[in-house]
Write a protein that binds this ligand. Structure first.
Ligand code: ASP
Length: 434
């Protein structure tokens, strides 16, 4: 059994959908499970709908939703110039529920509301792909992922309930697979114990593919992207990137941990546990070899791999009475990070101060300051960037950071990390007022 996952970029317009269909038509392999994301940037647009609704800007929310529907309608009409009414009705029945939902204030809070609204992107996209498959004669079963992916109630970052999911897959997915040889479902979405929709975190469709592969003991997972495979740096930032032909699970986990947006960070573990290879292939040219992520290490040493995280903030905590940063104080700091769901990207401590780098979410930062300002003097620096180089080679990154000031440099045998700031934007620290 193989699992194919198609992301938003592969489904963003008529011609790309044709490429996806071509890949599926030329894949005789059965059983096959297909996992799809929302089309193009639909998830971002749906996020905006929720934001508007929450700011009581109902009109803007509805208008944004109408735009999303219009975009999908256009694609549906292009794909099916003659017979599109049924598909449009199906879409409208799901979108109608969202409209209803948005017209009443959501009592369950922002995150729960977000999941109910944003998930419609995946549903519509899968309905469109299903109609296309039917049209070209690929027999398959369409399954609502909320029937098979069971999670806790932690909306927007739901944790999987493996046992329930395993049972549901056996009960609902396997029969469809046995009957037709091919199942089509959505990534990213699942359901909470109360039946409400949950999501697995942005870009979570990769994780869905990995969950299904783990439970079904698939022979491989293929993620179809618009790049030739995994690159050793972001081609938007670095000119001479290389495609890595193979790479170990461990290395990809490290890359994801340091912020590479290659693959959803939770994807690797379920695959690693069952030793299932993960392929990253290019839907724009299916002949390209792509990257294979697996146990074995590559024959050749890896080139330097660069992960560049923008929009960071560097925060310094200093004890008020000149007392040392003891384990007791560190645990106070870590307790706050944990409670406020703040992930530390790099840290450093001295005798009386502790400093760390984190993604700059102003709201989370404010909460943190509020929580800790009685115990520490706090100041922070905005506009920071975190550059991580795995397997650094002499000077490889120097040219790229020519216009930057280096704030912090940390090195281990395999990893170099720098906190940098554009020289032109060097700023004075912000000291929050108590
Ligand atoms: N559509 C979701 C997102 O854009 C999930 C995914 O594409 O993996 O984050």
């Amino acid at each position: 059994m193989k699992i194919f996952k198609f992301g938003g970029a592969s489904l963003q317009n008529y011609s790309r959908i044709q490429l996806v269909l071509d890949i599926l038509q030329s894949t005789p392999h059965r059983p096959l499970v297909i996992v799809v994301s929302a089309m193009g940037k639909t998830t971002n647009a749906l996020e905006k709908v929720v934001e508007y609704a929450y700011r009581q800007q109902q009109e803007l929310a509805m208008q944004m939703l109408d735009d999303i529907v219009a975009r999908h309608t256009e694609i549906i009409r292009e794909l099916f110039p003659h017979e599109h009414d049924h598909l449009l009705q199906q879409m409208e029945s799901y979108v109608g529920r969202i409209r209803n939902f948005l017209s009443h204030p959501c009592e369950k809070g922002y995150d729960a509301c977000y999941d109910q609204v944003v998930s419609v992107g995946e549903i519509i996209s899968s309905l469109i792909v299903s109609a296309c498959l039917e049209h070209i004669g690929i027999s398959h079963a369409w399954i609502d992922a909320r029937l098979i992916i069971h999670t806790d109630a932690c909306h927007r970052e739901a944790e999987l309930d493996w046992e329930k999911t395993r049972q549901a897959i056996t009960e609902h997915l396997l029969p469809g697979l046995q009957q037709t040889g091919c199942v089509l479902t959505q990534g990213f979405i699942g359901s909470a114990p109360d039946g409400s929709t949950t999501t697995l975190g942005r870009e979570g469709s990769d994780y869905t593919a990995a969950i299904l592969a783990h439970v079904l003991e698939a022979e491989s997972v293929t993620i179809w992207k618009d790049v030739p495979g995994l690159q050793n740096a972001d081609p938007k930032l670095v000119s001479d990137t290389r495609t890595l032909p193979k790479i170990s699970y461990r290395e990809v986990i490290e890359m994801a941990y340091y912020g590479a947006q290659v693959i959803h960070p939770r994807t690797i573990q379920p695959l690693q546990q069952k030793n299932i290879p993960l392929w990253v292939k290019c839907f724009l040219d299916k002949q390209l070899p792509g990257t294979c992520i697996h146990h074995e290490l590559p024959d050749e040493p890896l080139p330097p791999i660069m992960v560049w995280k923008k929009n960071q903030v560097w925060v310094e905590f200093t004890t008020r009475d000149f007392s040392f940063i003891t384990e007791h104080r560190l645990s106070r700091l870590y307790d706050a990070f944990h409670r406020l769901h703040i992930k530390i990207n790099l840290m450093q401590n001295g005798a009386i101060s502790f400093s760390c780098c984190m993604d700059h979410h102003p709201e989370k930062l404010n909460n943190l300051i509020h929580d800790l300002q009685h115990d520490f003097d706090i100041q922070y620096h905005e506009g920071m960037e975190l550059l991580t180089v795995r397997h650094p080679q002499n000077g490889w990154h120097q040219e790229m950071i020519r216009d930057y000031l280096i704030w912090i440099e940390q090195r281990s045998p395999n990893t170099l990390q720098l906190i940098i700031q554009q020289a032109s934007q060097a700023s004075i620290p912000v000291v929050p007022v108590h």
